[in-house]
Design a protein around this ligand. Structure first.
Ligand SMILES: [Zn+2]
Length: 178
C-alpha cells in the first residue's frame, strides 16, 4: 500500500512510555540516515482553521507549518499514519532536514524510541504540554515558543525545519538592527 509518507523499514510503531504510541528502531540506524519523509496535503491557513473547528480538532499536534499561511498534514480528515506518532524528547536522537525529512542525529540502537524535539518544527501553534521524557535536562513544560531559546538554537543547529530556521534568522536580524 502506498501511503502519504515514507517511514524507514527499520522502524515500527509500538506502545511507548512517553505517550500511548511511539516509533521505535527495529535495527541499528546510522547517523544521518533517513527515518521518515513526511507527505500528505498542503492546506492554507483558512483550511487549517476550518478543519480545527470540525473534523480535526487536534490538528495543531499533527500539522507541520511549511511557510506563513501553509501547512502540511498527512490527511485533512484527521486520519493518522504511522509517521504521526513520533514523540517529543528533550534529548532527542533525530532531527529535521528541510521541511519533511527526519534523520538520525546519532547512531540509534534497536529498541530505542525515535524522538525529536518539537521545537525543531513548531513555532506558531498554540499548545503547551507537560513533558514525560523524564530526562535530567527536561524542560517540563513544552511550548511553541521554545524555538526562541538561544541554547536550544545552538543545540539543534542544522536540525530545525526550514520554517523554524527562517524564523530564527528573522529574529536574529531584527535584534541586530536594534
Ligand atoms: Zn522532557
Amino acid at each position: 500500500m502506498i501511503r502519504h509518507s515514507y517511514l524507514s523499514p527499520k522502524v515500527e510503531v509500538r506502545r511507548s512510555g512517553i505517550d500511548r504510541r511511539g516509533v521505535f528502531a527495529k535495527s541499528t540506524i546510522k547517523k544521518d540516515e533517513i527515518i521518515a519523509i513526511w507527505g500528505g496535503h498542503i492546506i492554507t491557513e483558512g483550511q487549517f482553521r476550518q478543519l480545527k473547528k470540525k473534523e480535526f480538532p487536534d490538528i495543531d499536534d499533527y500539522a507541520t507549518k511549511i511557510a506563513k499561511g501553509f501547512y502540511l498534514v498527512s490527511s485533512p480528515k484527521g486520519v493518522l499514519e504511522d509517521d504521526d506518532f513520533f514523540n517529543h524528547s528533550c534529548q532527542p536522537n533525530a532531527g529535521i532536514k528541510g521541511h519533511i525529512m527526519m534523520v538520525a542525529m546519532r547512531r540509534i540502537k534497536p529498541g530505542e524510541e525515535i524522538t525529536y524535539d518539537y521545537c525543531m518544527t513548531d513555532a506558531d501553534f498554540n499548545y503547551s504540554f507537560r513533558c514525560q521524557c523524564g530526562l535530567p535536562n527536561c524542560r517540563k513544560i513544552i511550548t511553541t515558543r521554545d524555538w526562541q531559546n538561544p541554547s536550544l538554537q545552538r543545540k539543534y543547529r542544522g536540525y530545525f525545519s526550514w520554517y523554524v530556521q527562517h524564523k530564527i534568522d528573522q529574529q536574529r536580524k531584527k535584534r541586530s538592527q536594534r
